[in-house]
Design a binder for this molecule. Structure first.
Ligand code: ADP
Ligand code: MG
Length: 393
């Protein structure tokens, strides 16, 4: 999919033209403060390139999940300000997701519209309602660039319908994502090792299903490993367990490609000052929760990664947000980061990318850190993504 995605060059000379850019600015906020600006930083190069080419740029994006009406908690204003700081030029914030009467163009060459999800048309299932909003967005500009890989799996007005209304192109970020994800699915270099963690097997079932035949080894940590341990017949105490996925986990184990943790960090509560203990994976005491993989598991996972030529990592190995349960994620991330330039190393998933930053691991040590969580997984599952299909046409 997506091989023929037209890039920004295909739009021709952009000098003086108005370009609507759909960016992925969906950052975590804590009462109005941006706690991780990774996605904003990732959006900067494409916007900068357009401005440098003389284009007049209006950015649109979503933030959080407001319910189709204005909700000050999810205003893009602080994000617009941060974007302006990173670019070194002021962004005019337009407090209307439709761009008002477009008179903002009289004041600036660089504007950011309010959260598209403040508009009921953005996520509407009704083509007419979505189309009506897309008409308003399209009226703001002469052409459209989609650089929001994290949203391409959504059939939303600012991702899908607007591209039907304007000359369009895929931004560099989208093209790079597609290129890297294609390398993970088409003829990957071997050995190919996938590391999965995070909270739920059910979220990742389809991606395991589609990647397992292609990989040499699948390392499973995080909350989802307990469903696999259960499938091996072990008790998992109060750890995360998806009873309805045990059978599927058992099927995956039969391939002989799945490697599980041999030890686990347990505690009775999920807190930063919990008393922790390392126990064998087949000896999790009743009443305790497995919250990270243990040190021997980190060694075994690192050994399995050694010599790999392609690595995809999605999902933290433990509750990395809390210091007592961060070592597994840090250890595995360090092992992947140490693989060197001959190995394609890809990190996917919002929390995994956040973990890399939060644990202070140099992101340049990875070949690629995907900004799109759900979208990357759906791509790897082989699903058709509306926001990409529409750019091909
Ligand atoms: P990503 O966003 O990278 O795809 P997920 O959303 O699947 O990752 O999972 C991230 C979450 O999984 C984190 O918030 C982390 O705290 C949680 N997690 C990891 N290991 C465990 C565990 N053993 N028990 C409970 N939660 C876990
Ligand atoms: Mg997540």
């Amino acid at each position: 999919m997506g091989q023929a995605l037209p890039g920004v060059d295909s739009l021709g000379d952009l000098d003086g033209r108005r370009v609507l850019v759909r960016s992925d600015l969906n950052v975590p906020l804590d009462s109005g403060t941006i706690t991780d600006d990774g996605r904003i930083r990732a959006s900067v190069p494409q916007i900068e390139a357009l401005l440098d080419a003389g284009a007049r740029v209006v950015v649109c994006a979503h933030l959080g999940r407001p319910k189709g009406s204005p909700d000050p908690r999810y205003s893009l204003e602080p994000v617009a300000q941060r974007l302006g700081e990173l670019l070194g030029r002021d962004a005019l914030f337009v407090p209307d997701p439709e761009g008002g009467d477009r008179s903002f163009w009289q004041q600036t060459d660089f504007a950011v519209l309010e959260n598209v999800r403040f508009h009921p048309g953005e996520t509407s299932k009704d083509d007419v309602e979505r189309g009506a909003y897309a008409d308003r967005l399209a009226a703001c500009a002469d052409c459209y660039v989609d650089d929001a890989f994290g949203a391409v799996h959504r059939k939303h007005a600012s991702v899908f319908d607007v591209a039907l209304r304007l000359p369009h192109a895929a931004g560099d970020l989208v093209r790079r994502e597609v290129d890297v994800l294609n390398r993970l699915t088409r003829d990957p270099q071997r050995p190919y090792v996938v590391v999965l963690g995070g909270s739920k097997v059910s979220d990742k079932l389809a991606v395991i299903e589609s990647l397992l035949p292609k990989v040499d080894t699948l390392l499973v940590g995080g909350g989802m490993c307990f469903t696999f341990l259960k499938a091996q017949g072990h008790e998992v105490g109060d750890s995360l367990l998806e009873a309805d996925q045990v059978e599927a986990a058992g099927r995956f184990l039969e391939t002989g490609k799945v490697v599980l943790p041999v030890d686990v960090v347990v505690a009775t509560e999920v807190s930063a000052d919990a008393d922790t203990k390392v126990v064998p994976a087949d000896g999790i005491p009743a009443g305790s929760k497995g919250l990270d993989i243990g040190p021997r598991s980190v060694e075994e996972f690192s050994a399995a990664l050694d010599g790999a030529r392609t690595v995809f990592w999605n999902g933290p190995m433990g509750v990395f947000e809390l210091a007592p349960f961060a070592a597994g994620t840090r250890g595995v991330a360090a092992a992947i980061a140490a693989l060197g330039d001959d190995t394609l190393t890809v990190v996917g998933g919002g929390d995994s990318a956040a973990a890399v930053r939060a644990l202070g691991i140099d992101s340049l040590l990875f070949s690629h850190i995907s900004t799109g969580g759900g979208a990357s997984l759906e791509f790897l599952e082989g699903k058709e993504l509306p926001g990409l299909t529409v750019l091909e046409g």
